[in-house]
Write a protein that binds this ligand. Structure first.
Ligand SMILES: [Zn+2]
Length: 311
């Protein structure tokens, strides 16, 4: 069984301006690493389709999607970038990049649920896990993983989908969308206190949140995962695992202050593969979230993909 790799050149056309860390070069760094390491040829490379508005509206309110689309169309017609929040900028290429990102997550979910491939990675941007039901924030517009989760439970009638978020930031948008939906279990760790303010806002029983202080190292994270994630994942028995794969908890990434390294991402991936193989026919769809040190990002994605693809 193979590993699919979804991306699209239009994901590069979203550009929030010189010096912005969430930049098109992130995808170039990943592509270069996969080519130089020889891993690219082991992957089933596919173009991401555009998500439909109907797919996006499973995770977001119709009102939000309408306002976002109108805002994006205004920017396209004037050609002038505009801020949605202090660090989230819409440029003329943003709308199609956002729809490609969500479309990758949906297409990857379709491919693994149909059994075409065992698992998939979506090398996409903009990221999604801060995008709330009715609000864009933190570099995110459409919540790619939440769109995929809703697609899996509503379109394919899966009864149990797990979302695993290992980005250094709390996936507040995903939490906002899935809290209280017992078809979905969300497990995460994140630096706290940190962006976004307040960390988790929900005590819903389908959330396993592990806030950790700055400077926590990979071995301590592994221990917490073993104690706190694994028992919940084992009792939930997910039919599909979605990963919000942010690599900004890497010790070389200045965006956060956690101490993970490539081997930690490989270890987490192997643990999730074990759960997926026992309960979910191996099905994993992983979507890129953060990761801003280009070298650390590229090496971490390679380690994650080697574990996914068994190479
Ligand atoms: Zn992040």
């Amino acid at each position: 069984m193979s590993t699919a790799y979804y991306s699209h050149t239009e994901c590069r056309l979203h550009d929030m301006g010189a010096g912005h860390p969430e930049c098109p070069q992130r995808l170039d760094a990943i592509t270069d690493q996969l080519l130089a390491s020889g891993l690219a040829i082991a992957l089933d490379q596919r173009d991401a389709p555009l998500a439909s508005l109907e797919q996006v509206e499973r995770a977001h309110t119709v009102n939000y999607v309408t306002q976002l689309r109108e805002f994006m169309e205004q920017v396209q017609s004037t050609g002038e970038a505009r801020h949605l929040d202090p660090d989230t900028v819409v440029c003329p290429g943003t709308w199609r990049a956002a729809l490609r990102s969500a479309g990758a997550a949906v297409a990857a979910t379709e491919a693994v649920v149909r059994g075409e491939v065992e698992n998939a990675f979506c090398a996409v941007r903009p990221p999604g896990h801060h995008a709330m039901r009715n609000k864009a924030m933190g570099f995110c517009f459409v919540n790619n993983v939440a769109v995929a989760a809703k697609y899996a439970v509503e379109r394919h009638r899966l009864k149990r989908v797990a979302i695993v978020d290992f980005d250094v930031h709390h996936g507040n948008g995903t939490e906002d969308i899935v809290a209280g939906d017992d078809r979905i279990l969300m497990v995460s760790f994140y630096q706290h206190p940190f962006y976004p303010d307040g960390g988790s806002q929900s005590h819903a029983s389908n959330l396993v949140n592990l806030p950790v202080p700055a400077y926590t190292k990979g071995m301590d994270i592994r221990e917490l995962i073993e104690m706190m994630w694994m028992p919940r994942l084992e009792s939930f028995k997910p039919e599909l695992i979605l990963i919000s794969a942010g690599f900004d908890a890497h010790r070389e990434d200045d965006m956060g202050q956690l101490g993970l390294v490539e081997q930690d991402y490989a270890w987490i991936t192997m643990r999730l593969k074990d759960i997926a193989r026992r309960f979910a026919k191996g099905r994993i769809v992983s979507c890129l979230e953060g990761g801003y040190n280009l070298s650390a990002l590229a090496r971490s994605v390679e380690a994650h993909l080697r574990a996914l693809a068994d190479v």
